[in-house]
Ligand binder design. Structure first.
Ligand code: HEC
Ligand code: HEC
Length: 235
């Protein structure tokens, strides 16, 4: 029992340190690149890039809050590094989606960097949404904050931060994200359509059954994410 507990802890620490070092190296490697142009990114969001990339605002709204349907993720205030990486991953096929793959392929590297910097800089309000049943949310909260030792599952907030507020540059916020989108991403990792960050997220998604996916997605949607991460100035 205690031996298991120790093994689990070492694994968790190892995972965090290991990927942390890679992210840090990537972040440093990118530090010398051209500075992102937020105004140019705002123009990409509003008008798109011809040919092939329609205005992002059509689906994500100009302020990045998208709409309450949950078909499109909220992207406002996500770390710019994370957003730009997703665009590159769609373009390279590491992450596949019928809508986003062709759009990402139509963006130049500068377009992707600039539009990511623009959406990262927007502080958009959270739309009022109907929430799931309290029982489901409670189970989700447990997974988010504690994990499940019996399933060798560390807590989501271990990596995604308290309240799932995100850990820039590489880890996105989950707090306030649409439940439908979050559940869909976990299913995509389980089925192998989302292959980015395989070490961290694929293994986690595979340990969750459908009910647990619904629970954790419902929990994160109703976390009051308008509190710290969204209102504090970025470092
Ligand atoms: C026609 C609708 C549509 C348009 C236009 C669109 N998107 Fe998307 N976007 C989506 C959908 C749907 C997803 C979720 C895809 C998935 O499940 O992987 C998505 C996902 C994303 C993600 C991943 C977010 C995350 O949290 O991982 C980013 C980044 C993104 N879009 C950026 C953009 C940018 C930048 C533009 C404009 C150049 C754009 N999108 C235009 C529909 C759209
Ligand atoms: C070991 C660290 C780690 C743990 C623990 C973890 N995640 Fe993640 N998660 C990540 C990383 C890294 C990414 C970014 C992947 C990428 O670059 O595409 C991510 C991305 C995600 C995304 C995609 C968000 C988006 O906007 O598309 C979802 C959803 C997610 N995690 C849910 C969860 C849930 C639910 C749990 C707990 C059951 C969890 N994560 C636990 C590291 C972790």
């Amino acid at each position: 029992m205690s031996v298991d507990g120790i093994a689990l802890d070492f694994k968790a620490i190892g995972a965090i340190l290991g990927i942390g070092i890679v992210w840090y190296a990537l972040a440093v490697a990118h530090a010398d690149d051209r500075q992102p142009d937020i105004a140019r990114g705002a123009a990409v969001a509003a008008q798109g890039v011809a040919p092939g990339a329609p205005a992002c605002a059509q689906c994500h709204a100009y302020n990045g809050a998208s709409d309450g349907s949950g078909a499109f993720p909220r992207i406002a205030g996500q770390p710019d590094y994370y957003l730009a990486k997703q665009l590159r991953d769609y373009a390279s096929g590491v992450r596949t989606n019928a809508v986003m793959t062709p759009i990402a392929k139509a963006l130049s590297s500068e377009d992707a960097t600039d539009v990511a910097a623009y959406y990262a800089s927007v502080n958009a309000p959270f739309l009022p949404l109907k929430n799931a049943k309290p029982m489901l949310i409670k189970r989700g909260e447990q997974l988010a904050k504690v994990g499940d030792a019996a399933k060798d599952l560390q807590s989501c907030n271990n990596c995604h931060g308290p309240g799932g507020a995100g850990e820039p540059p590489a880890i996105p916020y989950l707090g306030g994200q649409y439940a439908r989108y979050t559940a869909f991403q976990l299913a995509m990792w389980k089925r192998g359509f989302r292959k980015n960050s395989p070490d961290s997220m694929a293994g986690i998604a595979k340990r969750l059954d459908d009910q647990e996916i619904a629970a954790v997605a419902a929990y994160f949607q109703q976390v009051d994410a308008s509190a710290p991460a969204a209102t504090q100035p970025k470092e």
